[in-house]
Design a protein around this ligand. Structure first.
Ligand code: SF4
Length: 64
């Protein structure tokens, strides 16, 4: 599973961080998503797929 994020689309809502806090983070200044790794953290595969579906900006893409 590979994850990509489009930081220019991110609206800083934070759902991804709530769902998968070891895979996603937010910039301390503007809240833009920060991808902590290329793939999901251990145990966060389902949460990452949920984050892709939940992101209000469709800024998360999961492949594989
Ligand atoms: S859920 Fe989407 S819009 Fe919200 S912080 Fe994550 S990437 Fe950005």
């Amino acid at each position: 599973m590979e994850i990509t994020v489009d930081t220019s689309s991110c609206v800083s809502s934070g759902q991804c961080v709530l769902l998968a806090p070891h895979t996603f983070d937010q910039d301390e200044e503007d809240g833009t998503v920060v991808l902590l790794r290329d793939g999901p953290a251990a145990g966060e595969q389902d949460a990452v797929r949920q984050a892709e579906l939940s992101c209000p900006a469709a800024a998360i893409r999961v492949t594989g």
